[in-house]
Write a protein that binds this ligand. Structure first.
Ligand code: GLY
Length: 370
């Protein structure tokens, strides 16, 4: 039951394979791109403990020998020291332009390894093998690569498309329920930003999907990747529509900075909270009905993901301080914040026309409920 989504970027096109059992077939699938019989894998310790042997066996079955660099797990790895380590290790391994480096992990490993591939020898190829739901539906697709800076998230990076994405849905079975639900924040984002029918489908099917239904998982990942591929084909470098994929992310990035990029708030949890806030703000500004934010919150609550600021443990800064943290957002133009607002479920758009006072008031009310 493997599904295929094609990303049709001229000269940089690639396939996303989605389904169970793909680690075992990785060697055969990657062999369609290259005849190199040696590959370098960058991964992290949790993924390595659970799945590295299965991937290396899958490569070996096609006669591909592999070496792996195992980095620490967690967001702190997406930083200069670990990036330097990965780049230098790949150079020690004598990576060549025609090699395909394998990024094997969640968003942190995919972003860091993709960025290393982008800059090494002015660009080597890479394959994304995403192991988290978040990475399978979002970060492994579309070629955004990079690391975090002390000033903010993802501020150092490059666009560099992978040559193939292998989303093995069996691997999702080893995620903790918290990690799975965090990734779900990015799945629901697709319905909310541009496809009400997908949101309807999620309302019906997401509980069974979260409980482990494989067919539903494949379908949810496929529909998410198809939407992302369509947007990336229209706007690879985010001159317009691609910013829609940042629904909820302006709030999320401020909350992640406020919680120190720690376990207090996982990225996808911040996306879910951010989507709820974006719909609440849209309703307050009279852009959408009051029912829309209620429906969003009801679904997120039913799924058991974080949805309110009160779901974040510990102290948070003031509403003014949170808005200041948004100032490093990559969507800022001429110092002006831009938000993804919604005219309804599935009808998001980008605007610079959101009064700062309205954002501060929204956050003050959300903080008061803690
Ligand atoms: N994660 C948002 C994007 O790829 O544009």
């Amino acid at each position: 039951m493997t599904e295929l989504v094609h990303v049709g970027l001229e000269g940089r096109e690639y396939d996303i394979h989605i389904g169970p059992g793909l680690l075992a077939r990785a060697g055969d699938l990657i062999s369609t791109l290259t005849n190199r019989r040696r590959m370098m894998i960058v991964t992290e310790e949790n993924v390595a403990a659970l799945h590295l042997k299965a991937l290396q066996d899958g490569l070996a079955a096609a006669g591909i020998q592999s070496e792996a660099l195992i980095l620490p797990a967690g967001e702190a790895t997406k930083s200069w020291p670990h990036f330097t380590r990965a780049v230098e290790w790949l150079l020690e391994q004598k990576v060549e332009r025609k090699d395909l480096v394998i990024a094997f992990g969640g968003g942190v490993i995919g972003d860091l390894t993709g960025f290393a591939a982008a800059v090494l020898r002015r660009g080597v190829g890479f394959v994304q093998i995403p192991t988290s739901l978040l990475a399978q539906v979002d970060s492994s697709v579309g070629g955004k690569t990079g690391i975090n800076a002390p000033q903010g998230k993802n501020l150092i990076g490059a666009f560099h498309q992978p040559s193939m994405v292998l989303a093995d849905t069996d691997v999702l079975g080893t995620l903790t329920s918290r990690d799975f639900l965090a990734g779900y924040g990015e799945v629901v984002k697709y319905g909310l930003l541009g496809d009400e029918a997908f949101f309807d489908w999620l309302e019906q099917n997401a509980p069974a999907m979260a409980a482990g239904d494989q067919t539903l998982r494949v379908e949810a990942v496929k529909r998410s990747c198809q939407m992302k591929a369509d947007i990336v084909e229209r706007d690879e470098t985010e001159q317009g529509d691609r910013a829609l994929l940042n629904l909820g992310h302006t709030f999320c990035h401020a909350l992640e900075a406020a919680t120190g990029y720690s376990d207090r708030l996982l990225h996808g949890e911040g996306v879910a909270i951010g989507c709820a806030l974006a719909f609440e703000l849209s309703s307050r500004l009279g852009l959408c009905s009051q029912e829309a934010p209620s429906r969003v919150r009801a679904h997120l609550k039913a799924m058991g993901t974080k949805v309110d600021l009160s779901d974040i443990e510990g102290n948070l800064p003031s509403a003014e301080a949170l808005v200041d943290l948004m100032g490093q957002d990559k969507k800022v133009v001429d110092g002006q914040l831009r938000f993804i607002m919604a005219r309804g479920i599935g009808q998001a758009y980008v605007t610079g026309d959101v009064p700062r006072d309205a954002v501060v008031a929204l956050l003050q009310d959300a903080l008061a409920q803690r």
